[in-house]
Design a protein around this ligand. Sequence first.
Ligand SMILES: Cc1ncc(COP(=O)(O)O)c(C=O)c1O
Length: 343
Amino acid sequence: MIDLRSDTVTCPSVEMRAVIAGAPVGDDQFGEDPTVNQLQELVASVLNKDAALWLPSGTMANQVALRVLSHPGDDVIVSRESHMVWHETGGGAANAGVQFTGIGQGGLFSISDLVTAVKPREHMVYPPTTVVAIENTHNRAGGIVFPQQRVDEICRTATELGLTTYLDGARIWNAAIATRRPPAELARPFDLVSAALSKGLGAPAGTMLAGSHDRIAQCVRHRRMLGGAMRQAGILAAAGIYAVQQNCDRLGDDHKNALVLGEKLIGSQFVDLDLETVQTNILVFRLTEASADAQTVVNRARERGVLALAFGPRTVRVVTHLDVSREACEKAGDILLQVLESN
Ligand SMILES: Cc1ncc(COP(=O)(O)O)c(C=O)c1O
């Protein structure tokens, strides 16, 4: 099977497993796991923030960030179709008690979209907007990169409006490689930033939150409250250190492989895809009305050895990652084309 469902399907390599096996560990809730501490210092330094915290998953990182940056009843502004709204089973509402306002198009929004959507505090009827979140890269928009100049301007405006800022940077590493900017530059304007270790970087688990000492101290408390504080987590943090040090630079290969797939797919009359949106490792394409629906296409592809995801009735997602080679992507592209054309 060529598994293009997600970059989360990546498995630890032999080298990563060796690092995991040799990791010195301790009780992280006493702050005594040297490997967790090392990873947290490494990521704080890579993102140029005061401190960083390891959490078991990106979903928990988002929940913790929401709890730290908002109060129940608040309004959180996000890009349309953000992960926090679509893929966290209502966690934002259940765990942080917030409501979301989705703005913009294609994973992006403008300052004017933001200013129009912000609801003032202390209004008789409005829920106060307290957070603006950006997802970079944007998953459901097809791995699109949020232009950094606009990110900087949005965060400046948000601060002037008294809002806090959050970067869902699950794939900040991909955005950094695609824009040739250091991750710290992408993280700079935000109060809190998440960065996943378990997606394109190939670690088995873990997402980091980074920010000021004060905010990270609050994150420690909320991680515990949500049941995410662990003990000898250095076993997992060791994989994270390996992932950050060894697997960032190669992400460009995944981006090139996504383009290889995209270039094949646009050869089909049944595919609606703008290659300009294939900027990183995620490819989301629409099926035209004349095509079979997304689930049928995905089922037929599976029968021929390619795994993809039906993202909507007529939308399919494929993701490239370190466990699929260029040759595998070319083969998968050919198979997907055959499946589409055999409509
Ligand atoms: C943008 C984004 N944020 C957060 C997450 C959540 O990560 P996890 O699967 O580790 O909970 C994902 C997962 O794919 C994601 O794409």
